[in-house]
Write a protein that binds this ligand. Sequence first.
Ligand SMILES: [Zn+2]
Length: 311
Amino acid sequence: MKPSALRFLVCPACHGELDLRADRRDAEVSEGILACRQCRRAYPVIRGVPRFVAERTYASSFGDQWNWFRKVQLDSWSGTRESETTLEATTGWRDADYVGRLVLDAGVGAGRFAEVVARKGGEVVGIDLTTAADAAYANIGRLDKVHVVQADIFAMPFRERTFDLAYSIGVLHHTPDPRAAFDRVAAAVKKGGGFAVYVYARYGSAHRVADVVRRLTTRLPRRLMLALSAVAIPLYYVYRVRGLGEALRLFFAISMHPNWRWRWLDTFDWYTPRYQWKFLYPEVFGWFRANGFLDVEVFDGPIRMRGVKTS
Ligand SMILES: [Zn+2]
């Protein structure tokens, strides 16, 4: 972690100021302790990441996922602009919107979007509940203006109204209470700041079969699911046969991403998380309005929305 993170990090329990004791450091503090001045709780810095989460959680599949597929979705590794394009499709923000801004990535995963934000000149704080924080730190943690923190979206180590911009892409629907998670991130945004989300949509009926299949797959051992998900790699060619593919997809959905690693990752990502809620546009619109976001826009590729906090 960078000592400069003390500008915005506070105790998640009482929002008191934190003191940093560095046991190992170069440009970054790799091992140390963050101690709350107010309630005296202490939080460790381990392998460069401040840890505000103790044990394995409901989202542990993502810890495995992002360490196993650490680099697949990074634009700098894939040589594409797919993460940049997805970020733009969800937020509508332009390059100039990031420059000099403090940006929260709620559910950073392996850091695919945070990498883009940092490249565009934003100072980005990526939080993740799981050991995905280790993958993100290994990928981008030492870049200038990147901070990676292992923290719970329901108990974030930030004061209210800290961030100029916040986004949460493909994350809230994997929490036990997406509406409450939305409220927490929204509270961390400054007045006049922006918040953008992508959550799964409940439109259509294809997801109903997947929900039944997931009752089994979410209970299977993680490494078995890693092996089973690999069936998407060759199955892709069968699913591309006109007519046959559409029919098969109704019963067993796989990622149809042209990159085989990405296809494997996305299929694993669909069948393993414990929670996978789905929403309609009016529901998410209501969340924005209830949190004081009056200027709300919707984008294609449900459900993608952003708002500007006006109160
Ligand atoms: Zn405290």
